[in-house]
Design a binder for this molecule. Structure first.
Ligand code: SF4
Ligand code: SF4
Length: 761
C-alpha cells in the first residue's frame, strides 16, 4: 500500500504516502538469524530475540538505513556465505542496537490506522452485503504473519459468531507453526470463535511414498494435504456438501506480479463455485510487520530463525537458501522428508539430487523406485488398447460419471493366475476427441486411485464416497465431470506414471548433415531467393539434400508443402543476419535437430573440448565410422555461419583443415522475446507452465530445454530477463522472486507462435 524507507533514527521502517513503485519486501532480522549467519564475528549485540535489529530485503541486510552485509548462495546442506560491506558499511566492533519499536510505531501510526480502518470497513461491508447469500465466512489460517494480521482484522470487523477459522494442517508444518496455531486456537476459543483443524486422512509419510516426492509441477501435496481437507472439513461443519462460502485469504499483491493482478473479491479463483476475499491484497510486508509490532500480535518463532516464510518443511518451490534455514531450524523434521526422497528415488547421487534441486524437477514416475506399472496404452491395427492390471478402483463406478461416450468402445475383464486385467478398445481415430480425455481419465483413476480425497472434494453433490469401499452414487451424480478436472484425471496417476512414448530419440540420427553442413553463402542465397529456392538454386544435389534438412529443422520451409513458412518471412523482417533472428532459429534447431540438441545437452559452456573428447562422447552415443568425422566437422562449419558469427553459439580452433577444439559459448541475446519464445517452446515440450528458477537452472531430464541452457544464461541474468518480461508482457508471463519463493507462470492459452506475433507489433 505505502512505500517504505529505512529510518536511521529508529532503526525501523518509515511508511510514506508515495505513488512510487513498491520496493522489494522487507523482513525484520532477529539475533538468532544473525548468529546463524555470523554477524557476531564482526559486531556486538545482545543475544535477545524479542526485538529485531536489522531488516533484510532479499539477501541484503540493513542496519539503520545502511547496507551492512549481503548473503549469497546456500542450499539444503550448505550454509550461505555472509559478506560484509566494507566501504560505507558499519565499522567492525560496533554495537548493533535493537529497533526502537515504540518510536517506529509512533511515526507510522497515522498511516497504519488509516489502512487498518479501511480494511476493517472492507470486511464489514462485505459481510453485510453477502451474509444472506453465503453459508459460511471462513478465515484460512496458516500460522504465518499474513494470516495472523488477517485474523486480527476479521476479529475487529465481525461478530465472533459470524465466521469460523480453519487451519489447514498439512502435517508438514514447522514445529514453531504448531506452537502459534495452539496459541491462536486457544485465544479464539477463549473469545468464543470457532476454530478447526483440517488434515488429510493420509499422513505425509505415506503420501510421499504413494505419490512420490512432490515437485514444482507435481504439487499434489497442495490438493491432497491442504485444499481438499479444508473443503471436506467445512462440509462436515455445515453438514452440507454444496455449501457456498467465502474464504478470507491473506494473499498480497506485493508478493508477486501475478498476485498484483488479483481482484479483492472474486468467485471461483481459489475453488470452483466458492467466493474469496483477498482482504489484505494491497498490504506490503512493511505494513504487515508494522501492524504485528504495533498491536503486539504473536510472532511465529520461525521468522526469527531466518525463515522468511512459514510453509512446509521441505517444499519444491523453495530456494536453496530457504532450504538451508529450514533444515538449520528443524534438522530432524526436514531430514525425515529428505529421507523420503532418498527412499523413493532411484538417482545414484541422491544427495546431489536433493541438494541441487533434481527432485524439484520430477515430472512423472521415471525417477521413482515404484512407478505406476499397471496401466499401458498400445496401438495396433488402428485400435487403441488401454490395459489396466489389478485396478485399484472399479472402472465401472467411474464410468457412472459420464452420461456416455460418443464413440464405439469395448471393455473386457479377465482374470488369470489371480491377476485381474481390464482392457478397453477404441478406434484410434477417436483418440484426440474431447470425450477421449474423460474415457482415459476413467482408466487412469481405475489404475491408480487410493481415495486421496481430491475427487471427493471436487464433487459438490457428495456423490463420491470411499467409506466402506469406493462408490459413486448414481442418484446424486449430475455428470458435471468435476471429478475429472484434475491432471490426467487422477493426481496420483499423473505423479507416478512412466513417461509415455514419443520423446526425441537422439542416438540413431545425430549425423544430420553428414559431410554437408550449411555454408554461409547458402543462407544468403536462400534469403535472397526465398520464393524460388526450393525449385532452383546453385547447390549440388547432396548439398541441397542436407540443406533441406536444415531448412525443415529450422522451420524455414514446411516439410510437407515445401513452401517457405511465415517464420522465414519473420526472420527476413527481423534481419536474417541479426542475433535476434538466429536466437529464434537456434531454439527451433534445438527442438528439431538432434545434432544441435546433442551439442547443447553434452558440451559444457565455455570449455574448450578437444576433438578426441568429442569423438569419445559420440562413441557413447553409438556413433561409428564416418559420423565420428563428419559430426565434429559440421560443428566447425556451423560456427562459421551466423549461428557462430552473429549469435556466438560456439567457437572452434583447427589443426589446419580439421577441427581441433570446440567451445560452446554463451550466446548473444539482445531481445527478451527470444527468451520468451524459448520459454513457451519449453512449456509446450515439457508441460512446464509453472516452475521455479532453480528448476529451470537444473533442467536435465526434461523433454524440453530451458533458455538458460540453450543460451548459457546464469541465474542472476535470467532473473533479470524474467522480471523484465513479466513487466513488458504480463499477458504471457508472470515471474515473482519474493523471499524464498521463486515462481514463474506461463499461460496455457498462449503458444510459442503467439510469442512470434509479438515481433509484428
Ligand atoms: S464430480 Fe460431478 S461427475 Fe463426478 S461424481 Fe460428482 S457429480 Fe458426478
Ligand atoms: S482418482 Fe481422485 S481421489 Fe483417487 S487418487 Fe486420484 S485424485 Fe485422488
Amino acid at each position: 500500500m505505502y512505500k517504505y524507507e529505512f529510518d536511521s533514527d529508529t532503526g525501523g521502517i518509515l511508511l510514506t504516502n508515495s505513488d512510487e513503485k513498491m520496493p522489494k519486501e522487507p523482513r525484520p532480522v532477529f539475533a538468532e538469524e544473525m548468529n546463524i549467519l555470523g554477524f557476531n564475528r564482526r559486531w556486538h549485540y545482545d543475544n535477545q530475540n524479542d526485538i529485531p535489529y536489522l531488516w533484510a530485503v532479499a539477501g541484503n541486510y540493513f542496519y539503520r538505513a545502511k547496507l551492512i552485509a549481503v548473503v549469497k548462495g546456500g542450499s539444503l546442506y550448505e550454509k550461505p556465505t555472509l559478506e560484509f560491506v566494507e566501504e560505507d558499511g558499519l565499522p567492525e566492533g560496533e554495537t548493533i542496537l535493537p529497533i526502537d519499536i515504540a518510536a517506529m510505531s509512533k511515526k507510522n501510526f497515522e498511516l497504519m490506522e488509516n489502512l487498518r480502518q479501511a480494511t476493517i470497513k472492507r470486511i464489514f461491508n462485505y459481510w453485510t452485503r453477502m451474509k444472506k447469500r453465503l453459508d459460511c465466512f471462513h478465515v484460512a489460517f496458516s500460522g504465518g504473519k499474513d494470516s495472523i494480521v488477517l485474523l486480527d482484522l476479521v476479529k475487529h470487523a465481525l461478530p465472533k459468531s459470524a465466521f469460523i477459522v480453519v487451519f489447514g494442517d498439512t502435517r508438514m508444518e514447522f514445529p514453531d507453526t504448531y506452537k502459534i496455531v495452539d496459541l491462536v486456537e486457544k485465544q479464539c476459543k477463549d473469545e468464543g470463535i470457532e476454530f478447526y483443524r483440517a488434515a488429510s486422512h493420509l499422513l505425509p509419510e505415506d503420501s510421499w511414498k504413494i505419490f512420490g516426492p512432490p515437485s514444482t509441477v507435481l504439487r499434489w501435496c497442495c490438493s491432497v494435504h491442504k485444499a481438499a481437507p479444508q473443503t471436506l472439513k467445512i462440509r462436515e461443519i455445515l453438514g452440507k456438501t454444496d455449501y457456498v462460502g467465502v474464504d478470507f485469504v491473506g494473499v498480497r499483491a506485493a508478493e508477486s506480479v501475478k498476485r498484483a493482478d488479483y481482484e479483492v473479491e472474486n468467485v471461483g479463483m481459489k475453488q470452483r463455485g466458492q467466493h474469496s476475499q483477498n482482504t489484505i491484497l494491497e498490504w506490503g510486508s512493511a505494513e504487515i510487520w508494522q501492524y504485528i509490532f504495533m498491536y503486539g500480535l504473536p510472532i511465529n518463532e520461525t521468522y526469527k530463525k531466518g525463515n522468511s516464510r512459514a510453509g512446509c518443511l521441505l517444499c519444491p518451490m523453495s530456494s536453496g537458501r530457504a532450504n538451508f534455514f529450514r533444515r538449520n531450524a528443524y534438522p530432524d523434521e526436514v531430514d525425515k522428508f529428505a529421507d523420503l526422497i532418498k527412499e523413493n528415488i532411484t538417482d545414484e547421487d541422491i544427495i546431489s539430487y536433493i541438494d541441487n534441486g533434481g527432485w524439484n524437477n520430477r515430472k512423472n514416475g521415471r525417477d521413482l523406485k515404484n512407478p505406476l506399472t499397471n496401466y499401458s496404452e498400445e496401438i495396433s491395427n488402428d485400435y487403441l488398447y488401454i490395459t489396466v492390471t489389478n485396478p485399484k478402483t472399479n472402472w465401472l463406478e467411474w464410468f457412472k460419471t459420464a452420461i456416455g461416450f460418443p464413440f464405439p468402445y469395448a471393455v473386457e475383464e479377465s482374470i488369470e493366475s489371480g491377476n485381474k486385467t481390464v482392457t478397453a478398445k477404441v478406434k484410434t481415430v477417436y483418440d484426440k476427441t474431447p470425450a477421449m480425455r474423460i474415457f482415459k481419465s476413467v482408466f487412469h483413476k481405475a489404475a491408480a486411485c487410493v481415495g486421496c480425497g481430491v475427487c471427493e472434494s471436487n464433487c459438490r453433490q457428495g456423490a463420491i464416497s470411499f467409506k466402506d469401499g469406493f462408490h459413486i452414487d448414481k442418484k446424486k451424480c449430475i455428470h458435471c465431470l468435476q471429478c475429472h478436472e484434475i491432471d490426467r484425471g487422477c493426481l496420483l496417476y499423473h505423479a507416478i506414471v512412466l513417461p509415455l512414448e514419443g520423446e526425441m530419440s537422439l542416438k540413431q540420427n545425430l549425423n544430420t548433415f553428414a559431410g554437408h553442413a550449411p555454408k554461409p553463402e547458402w543462407f544468403r542465397e536462400f534469403f535472397y531467393n526465398t520464393e524460388t529456392f526450393m525449385q532452383k538454386n546453385t547447390l549440388g544435389s547432396k548439398q541441397f539434400d542436407f540443406f533441406k534438412r536444415f531448412l525443415y529443422d529450422a522451420e524455414f520451409v514446411d516439410k510437407k508443402t515445401k513452401i517457405p513458412t511465415e517464420f522465414t518471412a519473420l526472420i527476413k523482417k527481423i534481419g536474417w543476419e541479426s542475433p535476434t533472428a538466429w536466437g529464434l532459429i537456434y531454439i527451433n534447431l534445438v527442438y528439431n535437430n538432434p545434432q544441435i540438441r546433442w551439442y547443447v545437452d553434452n558440451l559444457p559452456l565455455n570449455r574448450s573440448i578437444d576433438r578426441a573428447v568429442i569423438e569419445e562422447k559420440l562413441k557413447m552415443e553409438e556413433v561409428k565410422g564416418q559420423g565420428l568425422t563428419t559430426i565434429p566437422g559440421a560443428y566447425k562449419r556451423l560456427c562459421e555461419t551466423p549461428l557462430g558469427t552473429s549469435l556466438h553459439f560456439g567457437t572452434t580452433t583447427s589443426d589446419g583443415k580439421n577441427l581441433a577444439t570446440l567451445t560452446r559459448t554463451k550466446a548473444r541475446v539482445d531481445d527478451g522475446r527470444v527468451i520468451l519464445y524459448a520459454l513457451y517452446k519449453l512449456a509446450e515440450a515439457a508441460d512446464w507452465y509453472q516452475f521455479n528458477l532453480t528448476r529451470m537452472m537444473n533442467n536435465e531430464a526434461s523433454a524440453g530445454v530451458s533458455p538458460t541452457k540453450i543460451f548459457g544464461i546464469d541465474k542472476e541474468e535470467m532473473e533479470q530477463w524474467l522480471n523484465g518480461l513479466s513487466t513488458k508482457y504480463p499477458q504471457f508471463i508472470n515471474a515473482s522472486f519474493t523471499h524464498d519463493l521463486e515462481k514463474i507462470s506461463l499461460f496455457s492459452d498462449k503458444t510459442s507462435q503467439d510469442v512470434l506475433k509479438l515481433f509484428d507489433s
